[in-house]
Design a protein around this ligand. Sequence first.
Ligand code: SF4
Ligand code: SF4
Length: 299
Amino acid sequence: MYEIRFHGRGGQGAVMAAQTIAEAAVYEGLEAIAFPFFGAERRGAPIMAFARIDDKKISLRTQVYQPDMVVVMEESLIEIEPVADGLKPGGCAVVNSKLSPNQIDLGVKARCATVDATSIALEMLKAPIVNTAILGAMARADDFVSIKAVKEAIASRFGEHLGEEAGRINAQAAQMAYEKVSIGESLAQRPITKRKMWLPTWQEMPPGVALYHEKRGEIEVGPGSSWQTRTGTWRTKTPRYLRDKCVRCARCWFICPDAAIKREADDHIDINYDYCKGCGMCASICPAKAIEMTKGAKL
Ligand code: SF4
Ligand code: SF4
């Protein structure tokens, strides 16, 4: 049995990628299943999806703990997720990155394929939806399925959802990635830190589930599950707070999907950049134009 684990962020199309690679395997006459695992279900949050492929009926329904291939759809996930955990000896990794494989530190030495899937997606699809480019890279990284079957599955699945032309362009993105992949060996310098298994305290409960008091006795919403999933590493735009303009209406605090905005004692705000993913909702809703979005991951 060949097992694949996808690590992506909500909105990148990891689930569709898992379904499409399974469909490609079926075109090759194999059996396949695909299924997702969601954590905090919001755009940008780390998610996993899985696929299993075999030449006989598959009855195993657990998550994939010992993959033959791990697929990292967004490079910064390596900083916050143990993406190579359990990778089988002889297994391989496919990473969306501009770096060469021998610059990718997965915490284990493994065959590693890198491809700049984001640039390919932006060029071909005009959007950073990297799943089809990643599928092309997967077909090149290991020979469990052919690029021909992958392109057929993309044309079918994406064509069905988005139209024939979209299916064709997505298949082209896969072909481009297939041709641009670099293959080498990853670094093993970082420790693979498994996620803490915890029963949350009242301070750690996700927003929406619990409100908690801080020392001064006022009610605030904490980053909750984001304590472990620092969505701030994904940011490409950064909100700048213009304190003098702020009318302290709290709308930004209320709308921030990652609870990255904290209210100070005088109702001014403070942005926690470990969790701010740069979505810009705070700037959009601010009636006083007291938050402006700047380009780049830092101010
Ligand atoms: S840009 Fe604003 S709304 Fe979006 S995550 Fe950052 S602080 Fe929250
Ligand atoms: S929405 Fe704008 S004015 Fe209101 S608290 Fe936030 S920054 Fe201040």
